[in-house]
Every structure is written in C-alpha cells, then in structure tokens.
Design a binder for this molecule. Structure first.
Ligand code: AMP
Length: 114
C-alpha cells in the first residue's frame, strides 16, 4: 500500500527504530511509547488488521507471534512479564491500518494501554 506508513517502515522508506527485521516481519519501537518498553511487530506485507489476515496466513501469523516473544526476550522483559495486543478497527482503537502487535512491558501494566 503506497500511503501506508508501516509499509514504508517495512520497506526502509521511512525511518524507524527497528529492533528486528527478516523477510516476513519487522519490529520497531513505538514512536509514542505507552510503557517503558513498547515495540510494534508487523508483517511486512499489508493487511489492514487481523480481520484481513486469512487462514492462508497462519504460518505468517505464527511467525509474527514467535517474533513478538523473541523481541520480549531480547528486550529482557520475558521473565518479568509483558502485554501483547492488537487493536482492530475503529471501536477497537486501531489508528494505523496495517496489522501490528504491540509488545509492552518493563514496568507493571495496569488498566487499558495502547
Ligand atoms: P494502534 O492505535 O493500535 O493502531 O497503534 C498504532 C501505534 O503506532 C501507536 O501506538 C503509535 O504511537 C504508533 N506509531 C504511529 N506512527 C509511528 C511511526 N512512524 N513509528 C513508530 N510508531 C508509530
């Protein structure tokens, strides 16, 4: 998607604080962190949200979740605990229409975040 900022980040056409990238996913720090550690993990290909990632994408989704856990380990928050979530659509609070998983931790998380 030409105008999608997360597509641009995945393609290296927009700067980001990238912590991990492979041919299928990119992980980068949230520009407006809601926790001490706040990383976004996205598939490099565009899906508006989890709604659009069909059953055909189960390998990609599994890989993306594995990378979320790997990022948490690399950030040193796997033992202390962390939160992972994806917002879907307007009432779900999604503001960027490219499927992404928030990985948040490094502090005690209470209430609603991201
Ligand atoms: P959501 O509200 O679930 O769609 O989350 C979108 C997230 O993307 C928000 O937490 C934003 O702070 C974050 N964000 C928006 N633009 C950028 C960017 N250019 N680089 C990093 N994070 C961004």
């Amino acid at each position: 998607m030409d105008e999608c900022i997360f597509c641009k980040i995945a393609q290296g056409d927009m700067p980001a604080d990238t912590v991990y990238q492979d041919e299928r996913v990119t992980a980068f720090r949230d520009v407006s962190p809601q926790a001490k550690t706040h990383v976004l993990v996205i598939p490099n290909v565009h899906y508006d949200s989890l709604n659009e990632a069909s059953a055909d994408e189960s390998d990609l989704l599994a890989h993306t979740l594995r990378i979320c856990a790997m990022v948490a380990r690399d950030e040193g928050i796997d033992e202390s605990g962390y939160r992972m979530l994806t917002n879907i659509g307007e009432e779900g609070g999604q503001s960027v229409a490219h499927l992404h998983f928030h990985v948040m931790g490094g502090q005690e998380l209470t209430g609603k975040l991201a």
